[in-house]
Design a protein around this ligand. Sequence first.
Ligand code: OFO
Length: 167
Amino acid sequence: MATIGKNMQKAIGEQVNAELYSAYLYLAMAGDFETKNLPGMASWMRVQWQEEIGHAMKFLHFVHERGGHVNLAAIEAPPAEWDSPLAAFEAAYGHEQKVTARIYDLVNLATKEKDLASLNFLQWYVNEQVEEEAQTDRIVKTLRLAAKAPGAMLMLDHHLGQRKSGS
Ligand code: OFO
């Protein structure tokens, strides 16, 4: 098996940092929801935080399996609060769109480098991003509807609190 190339290793190392930033961002959102007495949304965000840690670890494991190494860099601080649940989930959706673009860049690099192992590995992330965008977009749309119905926000908070790890 060929050791991972330097360009691919560097790009995946940057993606590890981006995934850890995602985790940090969602942990910050969880804290903001706790402060605003929306425990269901806070719990949803903590499940998302765990998922992002999983994404980072999967990338790290892949680099190690291919004889490489990732130099861990500092993780940027996320914002501390958002104006409303809608603003937070809109930010989450926008963030996931950016992550999707990053994954596509990795796919393009793997193609350029003729790195078939990375290309195959990255397909999991391509599919995962479809889900990541769809779930945040769905919540944004529901929150827009909830804005017109008193009480709907609390029902949605309860509903989002049902999310379990791995879903
Ligand atoms: Fe790792 O998918 Fe979200 O950011």
